[in-house]
Write a protein that binds this ligand. Structure first.
Ligand code: NAD
Ligand code: FE2
Length: 465
């Protein structure tokens, strides 16, 4: 968008001309100044160690022996505890003589109350390590349990993202944690984030700090073979949006201010050439394998590629970040009243991937003006023919491409089908605003957005087809 670009160009010019002497001047991208520039000029990529391979879970017991730990807290949910993925982890632990206790009460789409229950369990044991085996709900709960186990005096809100909590940095040493994902999926195995529904205000928020990142992510595609159809479908749309949002997030060098100390560079830094590689790979995998992986449950190739793509998108978002679809998804999921999805139990809830994709067509129609070429490229990677398409078409082309996927994958027809009406929109906007605080996603949205813009996006998402 011309006006935004002009503002950034101006800021850069001010930055450059502030001192032109050889010791302090900017020369192209070369930063030789010791003064803090207005906009950031650097990005960094952090990730857990990622190990990928069919059947690689058998190594987890040896890893724990190699770490020198003796007493492991294994976390999972009540469904997975009787399935093959968890059995394989426990077999490997037993075979390698590692002591463990299992917590299997993780809540699907966790809340502050369910996080605290897991923390209480951890505090009752003398654990020197954690293993999470499950989807994002399990991995996130395990990160929180590890944090508050390692800092037993902390108040729960100390570490929760501002402005809801105090957003305190983590200065205590956490126990080593291994994450083994079973959905394809959140990418939580490589991120320093854990998300929960804060019941008091009916919206999701989280805790974000690199110290929460698991030290090892074991990616075993065999675990994805037991995923029910709807779990594969909705968690696949989470990967879909992670890739699209990290690719279209504000570029790292248009986000500011630059940190005065590298330790203060935010976890989520905006799109950058390395995260873009992950995102592009994911979009290509989605184009080739997504629907096959959902509808041919025994297609190991398709499920393996989606499982890998989920982790790769996780590395992308773990550094670039996400923006509007996720920011708006938090109150959408937090206010679920009547929708009971198949394959997720009996309680009303809106699975994360579903809450995220609901607004995607409207969001990318809105953000396309920020970088039409990148939006067209994304549509093309997802299979759209963009021959002869103009920059002005970018939003419509990407939105139509997304809608085709949603229709093919039988995604519910908009927020109305999840139980929302036009009257709910002001409270959804209100619930979304904390996510757009300067600490979080606002910095990453490629265009400035007003409350009115958020309302329009939600209104357009009431019925999508
Ligand atoms: N920390 C992060 O970076 C991050 C990123 C995105 C989302 N999230 C969070 O992750 C959560 C969603 O996680 P999710 O989508 O992975 O699903 P989930 O962990 O909520 O699991 C969904 C359901 O699928 C079942 N299941 C999972 N794997 C299975 C398998 N292999 N076989 C049979 N059943 C299986 C579970 O038992 C559960 O009933 C949300 O709370 C969301 O906010 C976190
Ligand atoms: Fe997500």
């Amino acid at each position: 968008m011309a006006s935004r670009k002009r503002v950034f160009d101006l800021l850069r010019t001010i930055d450059r001309v502030s001192c032109q002497c050889p010791a302090h001047g900017f020369r192209g991208n070369f930063q030789v100044s010791y003064e803090t520039p207005v906009l950031d000029y650097a990005f960094e990529i952090k990730s857990s160690t990622v190990r990928y391979g069919i059947g690689v879970t058998r190594e987890v017991g040896q890893d724990l022996v190699n770490f020198g730990v003796k007493n492991v807290c294994v976390m999972t949910d009540s469904n997975l505890v009787s399935l093959k993925p968890v059995k394989e982890v426990l077999n490997s632990l037993t075979k390698n003589g590692v002591n463990y206790k299992v917590y299997d009460k993780v809540r699907v789409e966790p809340t502050d109350t369910s996080f605290k229950d897991a923390v209480d369990f951890a505090k009752k044991g003398k654990f020197d390590s954690f293993v999470a085996i499950g989807g994002g709900s399990v991995m996130d709960t395990c990160k929180a349990a590890n944090l508050y186990y390692s800092d037993p005096e902390a108040d729960f809100l100390d570490y929760v993202n501002a402005p809801i909590g105090k957003g305190k940095p983590v200065n205590v040493r956490l126990q080593p944690m291994i994450a083994i994902p079973t959905t394809s999926g959140t990418g939580s195995e490589t991120t320093g984030t854990c998300i929960f529904d804060f019941e008091e205000i009916h919206t999701k928020t989280g805790i974000s700090h690199s110290a929460l990142r698991p030290i090892l992510a074991i990616i075993d595609p065999l675990h994805s073979m037991t995923m029910p159809e709807k779990v594969a479908n909705y968690s696949g749309f989470d990967v879909f949006c992670h890739a699209l949002e990290s690719l279209t997030a504000i570029p790292y060098n248009e986000r500011g201010p630059a940190p005065s100390n590298p330790a203060l560079r935010p976890t989520y830094q905006g799109s950058n050439p390395i995260s873009d590689v992950w995102a592009r790979f994911c979009l290509q995998v989605i184009q080739k394998y997504f629907s096959q992986s959902v509808y041919n449950a025994d297609d190991l190739d398709a499920r393996s590629f989606m499982h890998l793509a989920a982790t790769m998108a996780g590395v992308g978002i773990g550094n670039a970040g996400v923006h509007l679809c996720h920011g708006l998804a938090y109150p959408i999921a937090g206010n679920a009243k009547t929708f009971v999805p198949k394959d997720y139990g009996k309680d009303p809830m809106i699975p994360h991937g579903l809450s995220v994709v609901m607004t995607a067509p409207a969001v990318f129609r809105f953000t396309a003006a920020s970088d039409p070429e990148k939006h067209l490229e994304a549509a093309n990677l997802l299979g759209a023919d963009i021959t002869g398409k103009k920059k002005a078409d970018a939003g419509a082309v990407l939105a139509d491409t997304i809608l085709k996927y949603m229709q093919k994958m039988k995604i519910e027809n908009g927020l109305a089908e999840l139980g929302y009406t036009k009257e709910d929109i002001p409270s959804l906007v209100k619930g979304a605003l904390p996510q757009f605080d300067k600490q979080r996603l606002l910095q990453l949205t490629p265009l400035p957005q007003s409350e009115e813009d958020l309302s329009t996006i939600l209104e357009e998402s009431l019925t999508v087809y």
